[in-house]
Design a protein. Structure first.
Lengths: 297, 448, 392
């Protein structure tokens, strides 16, 4: 079958929009997946982390310095630091516990509530919008549809992050440690890997990526305290479909869900909200390791 | 500004400053000590749990008239609550400075419905059972209003709706499957049916035949589209209806929906998007080239959202409606209200502010010289003739709907007021019979 | 042999003797509890309402903990059963009231429809829970939490899509309980007091039934599974089957709670199925102490009444979630027994203090209290396996 048949149903514009939604979801999901793959922790607060990234970026451009790129870096770093504090303070004591995984899930859920309230206390409950950087504040026309250059930039950024992570994990010494520890923690420990430090480093990286995603997305969507709750469920769907622990799976899963959200409204208005959950159930039942397994794949 | 208008009589006894919103919080409209909770645990009775003390502290006889105000004070539509609060604050200040109601001060207890029926019913229960309010007013969301109507009937407390627009609220129970109107529910602003009558009049004049909609994914979104079509057909206009999109409330990225509507290439679109959703939509629609591709966009909640929102304003030249225009009618009453309001808040009043303002006066006028009793108030409201900034109007005796005109106009920036206004503005007077006639072929009630 | 009448008199007499002899027996507690329940009904309307809600949430959490506390499966989708109950009730009330009135007469119709609604709600829940449970119990730990979350959100998305006009989409279904008339006496089922007694009359037997389940051989097997699924399987227990059955029983009781909630909230809202509602029993159970039968009940009490307490402080009331978030983190990290465990420890400690008093009077008691308090403070964090830590 000729692939161009698909284009008869789906316009180029839909694909661009799908990739744009998917690229933002990828930045949340990949950190969630990475942390689960290495630490075995399912971080319920990852959506809240993403939200903090957006708020910090907003606050920096509004109050500190009117430089978009610095604001993005600040958002990502701030979330990375928050992640480290949470990992060291509250998740680390639970690694050795018999029911540690569920306890970690519950503790991170506790942080969902805490972060939600802190954000509301500081910024209130109304939504904020943020301007795209001036250098990218122009429109591009693709196949007859208009897009802001910034939207396309974020898609590119997701591809760059994916490539960078892949190189990082497969080509660097740190990456080798990460892969080794994720497949056999005790072996890694015996070989002299400082596992706790590695865990903290990975948690930092995963949180940093969530913060980066939030900050980069701020000009494309409205930022409100509801944001964290909205994206975490999507992120769960993605990491389950792609495979908990798989970075590549997170990428493919995010793009799939993004495309589904973009195309859904036109064809299956009545069902597009339910489909991702059906997919999640099916994958969990028949291929719980996800469509793609393994940290470096 | 910044002075608390509220009387404290009765408050010390209730010991419940939390349920009274301080005026200090008004401008930003956040971090106020109010019942305010968004996403978590919708199912439980936070509303109640977070508010009143004991029911025995109801304050029927303490020399104040207590009214319960129920609006959205948090989340994507909090701007409506903030606007309404400015309106009723102003009314309370004016009334209490001028001797109150029969010498009694008015006190208003504001509660956050969160735009959710479950929470709203709990808040209502608390206002009635805890605070012993003499009457209720407010409500922004049609879905919430429909859930509330049977409840106020059961509790036998009058409810003056000031914003929620579904015609089924003022369509007597039994008229249509969805009708929930009853003798305790009134509405002092125009409703969706009246507004869509105006919209259809506007649309029929435009050089457009293919119409589409993008609206919120609940009753209000669907009803807007149903009534818009029914009136256009009733007017015999040459119109086709080609595309409908219903994104969920609080959608953070409307782009897929926007793309679908643009893809259908309609001549005109009617959108009842509201709250921050409208603001978000406007930014994203602009980005996607919406206003280059689509000739006419009719914003039905436009002016209520445009003034208070601090995001993308409505584009000039597009059509928007309002349920009250600060320059219509050109009466002394309206001018005084507009000037006072502008002086107090440095912005023009929205229809939500005016609706809330007028609701307090409606209670004042109903209670004054009569006994302060729910049934007496209800009876006075029924068929009542009244006048306010919106003009002179009366309540239809069968539906309890205020018979007020539809107001549509073109958005334009006004230098003097530093704000968007409707200019030129058209006022479409309605009568209940006329609307019924136009809707005869559909099964929709006019709700007037 | 005595006649029935004497038997009762004897029993009351014996009960009295025993009460005097043994002090605070279970029966006495139960009697006091019942008395308290009746007294609450005559309190301020608001308190009646709050207590009704407490009972419903307590049942919700208790049923949830049947699965979590007794088989170790953490469900993040139990809201689907809560919604199943409330929607079953709401749909029956909306659609069947006139038909029921045709059959039984309009006077008693609201009451009969309510009963039918309750049955429909629980049946609907079973209809969902049997297949969903069968599929879900194949997974464990995080994966079980995720699949129940997915099923729950699936139910949520189906509800808001308003299939066949049944669920009324995001607006939910309004619930009005109406006026019942029996033999010329009119009463509103939705009246605060009436509904309070109705709720009590449903919740108390439900709690007892759950108690019977966990103390039955079935419950023992569940506990064995929780301690070690592999060992239980080696002993010939069909682990998956047991988990499935527990899942279904747990869901059914959550459905009962949902049925009651529909009447109290006067609306069946799609948010009853949302994952944030699934979090309610998790929060209540963890805070109350999942290892105790009464843990979820204590947790539900804390959940509702602490929140009410927080609402006394205007500066805090908008941010009560913060408090529960911190409490959740604190309990999981430092005190897994939760509030119920804390109460038992307090009781044990008070008994010790009294013991010291019996031995050496006030001075000894004070000395003991001081000593044990400083010993406890000296010990850092860490879950302390002390008195009363037994899992029931």
């Amino acid at each position: 079958m000729d692939l161009s048949v698909i284009l008869w149903f789906v316009s180029i514009a839909d694909i661009v929009i799908g990739l744009s939604l998917g690229s933002r979801l990828f930045l949340i999901a990949v950190g969630l997946s990475l942390i689960f793959g290495v630490l075995g922790v399912l971080n319920f607060a990852h959506g809240a982390f993403y939200m903090i990234g957006a708020y910090v970026a907003l606050a920096v451009t509004n109050h500190l310095i009117d430089n978009f790129w610095l604001a993005v870096v600040a958002g990502a770093l701030a979330v990375g630091v928050v992640g480290v504090l949470i990992e060291v303070g509250t998740i680390r004591p639970l690694y050795e516990r018999a029911e540690g995984e569920l306890d970690q899930l519950i503790v991170t859920f506790g942080f969902v509530l805490v972060i939600h309230e802190v954000v509301r206390f500081v910024w209130g409950s109304q939504p904020y919008s943020m301007d795209a950087p001036a250098s990218l504040a122009f429109s591009v026309s693709i196949a007859g549809s208009t897009f802001s250059a910034y939207r396309l930039f974020v898609i590119g950024a997701a591809f760059v992050v994916m490539a960078g992570l892949w190189l990082f994990v497969t080509k660097t010494y740190f990456g080798a440690l990460v892969r080794g520890t994720s497949s056999d923690r005790e072996m890694a420990s015996m070989l002299g890997v400082d596992v706790p430090r590695l865990y903290t480093a990975v948690f930092f990286l995963g949180s940093f990526l969530a913060g980066l995603g939030g900050a980069l997305s701020a000009p494309l969507q409205s930022t409100s305290p509801a944001l964290g709750d909205q994206v975490i469920i999507d992120a769960f769907i993605i990491v389950v479909i792609g495979g908990l622990g798989s970075m590549f799976g997170a990428f493919v899963g995010a793009m799939l869900v993004g495309l589904m959200q973009a195309i859904g409204p036109q064809f299956i208005a009545a069902g597009h909200i339910a489909i991702p959950f059906v997919a999640m159930v099916i994958v969990l039942l028949f291929r719980p390791e996800g469509l793609f397994g393994g940290i470096g794949e | 500004m910044g002075v608390s208008h509220y009387t404290v009589a009765g408050l010390t006894m209730i010991g419940e400053p939390g349920s009274i919103r301080n005026n200090e919080n008004t401008p930003g409209g956040r971090a106020g000590p109010r019942v305010d909770r968004r996403s978590f645990l919708k199912a439980t009775g936070t509303g109640l749990a977070a508010t009143g003390l004991a029911g025995c502290l109801g304050d029927d006889d303490d020399g104040t008239v207590t009214l319960g105000a129920m609006y959205i004070f948090s989340g994507f539509a909090s701007l409506y609550g903030d606007e309404a609060e400015r309106g009723f604050d102003l009314a309370v200040e004016e009334i209490n400075e001028n001797g109150g109601i029969d010498g009694q001060d008015v006190e208003i207890i504001a509660r956050d419905t969160e735009g959710d029926a479950d929470t709203a019913i709990r808040q209502m229960t608390s206002l009635i059972e805890e605070d012993g309010v003499d009457g209720l007013f407010g409500l922004d969301s049609s879905g919430v209003a429909q859930a509330m109507a049977p409840q106020v009937e059961e509790q036998r407390v009058p409810l003056m709706v000031t914003h929620a627009a579904t015609p089924f609220l003022t369509s007597p129970e039994g008229e249509h499957d969805n009708s929930v109107g009853n003798e305790w529910v009134f509405r002092n602003c125009n409703n969706l049916s009246i507004d869509m009558y105006g919209a259809a009049q506007v649309a029929a004049e435009l050089n457009a035949t293919e119409w589409a909609t993008i609206g919120p994914d609940y009753a209000f979104g669907y009803e807007t589209w149903d009534y818009f079509q029914a009136y256009l057909e009733g007017l015999g206009a040459d119109a086709e209806f080609t595309e409908e999109q219903y994104p969920g409330l609080e959608t953070s990225d409307f782009t897929p929906y926007i793309s679908s509507v643009i893809g259908a290439e309609p001549d005109g679109v009617i959108t009842p998007l509201w709250g921050a959703d409208l603001t978000t939509f406007l930014g994203q629609a602009d980005e996607a080239g919406w206003f280059d591709e689509i000739e006419y966009t009719l914003f039905s909640v436009g002016m209520g959202t445009d003034l208070p929102a601090d995001g993308s304003p409505l584009p000039e030249g597009q059509h928007a409606s309002t349920r009250y225009d600060p320059f219509v009618p050109e009466s002394e009453e309206n001018e005084t209200f507009r000037e006072t309001y502008y002086e107090e808040y440095d912005t023009l009043p929205t229809y939500n502010a005016e609706g809330a303002y007028r609701a307090v006066y409606l209670y004042k006028d109903a209670i004054e010289g009569d006994e302060n009793d729910p049934e007496a108030i209800r009876d006075t409201f029924t068929g009542m003739e009244h006048s306010g900034p919106v003009g002179e109007y009366r309540f239809d005796e069968e539906t309890n709907q205020a018979v007020v005109p539809a107001i549509w106009g073109a958005v334009s920036q006004d230098e003097e007021w530093e704000s968007n206004v409707l200019d030129p503005v058209d006022v479409y007077d309605v009568t209940s019979d006329e609307l019924d006639d136009l809707l005869a072929d559909s099964e929709l009630p006019s709700g007037v | 042999m005595s006649t029935g009448e004497e038997g009762i008199a004897d029993r009351i007499g014996a009960f009295g003797h025993e009460a005097v002899r043994n002090g605070w027996t279970t029966e006495r507690f139960a009697l006091l509890g019942l008395l308290g329940l009746v007294l609450v009904a005559f309190g301020p309307t608001f308190q009646v309402y709050l207590f009704t809600e407490f009972m419903i949430i307590a049942l919700f959490a208790l049923a949830f903990n049947l699965l979590y506390g007794y088989t170790g499966l953490l469900s993040f989708g139990h809201a689907m059963f809560f919604a199943g109950g409330s929607y079953g009730m709401a749909m029956v009330l909306r659609d069947l009231t006139p038909h029921v009135a045709d059959v039984v007469g309009s006077g008693i119709a609201p009451l009969v429809t309510f009963g039918l609604g309750a049955v429909a709600g629980v049946l609907l829940v079973l209809l969902i829970a049997i297949p969903v449970g069968w599929l879900s119990v194949r997974l464990e730990e995080i994966y079980f939490a995720l699949i129940t979350l997915a099923f729950g959100m699936l139910v949520f998305s189906v509800i808001i899509q308003n299939p066949g006009g049944l669920t009324n989409g995001t607006d939910g279904i309004i619930v009005t309980l109406g006026i019942t008339e029996i033999a010329g006496i009119e009463f509103r089922l939705g009246d605060r007091q009436t509904y309070y007694f109705l709720t009590a009359a449903v919740v108390l037997p439900s709690v007892y039934a759950i108690w019977r389940v966990v103390t039955s051989p079935f419950g023992t097997v569940c506990k064995a599974i929780r301690e070690s699924p592999d060992r239980a399987a080696a002993l010939g227990v069909d682990v998956t089957y047991h988990r499935w059955m527990t899942f279904v029983v747990s869901a059914a009781f959550v459905g009962v709670a949902g049925v009651l909630m529909a009447g109290l909230a006067n609306v069946a809202s799609p948010y009853h199925a949302h994952w944030t509602t699934s979090a309610i029993p998790v929060v209540a159970t963890v805070i109350g102490g999942a290892t105790f039968f009464a843990g979820p009940i204590v947790g539900a009490f804390v959940f509702l009444y602490v929140r009410w307490g927080i609402s006394r402080f205007p500066a805090l009331e908008a941010h009560w979630e913060l408090f529960f978030g911190l409490m959740l983190i604190g309990v999981v990290l430092y005190f897994k027994q939760g509030a119920a465990g804390g109460l038992l420890m307090l009781r044990g400690w008070l008994l010790d203090v009294r013991g010291a008093y019996d031995r050496g009077g006030t001075d000894a008691a004070v000395a003991y209290a001081r000593e044990s308090a400083s010993a406890r403070l000296g010990r850092t964090g860490g879950p302390s396996e002390t008195e009363g830590g037994e899992r029931e």
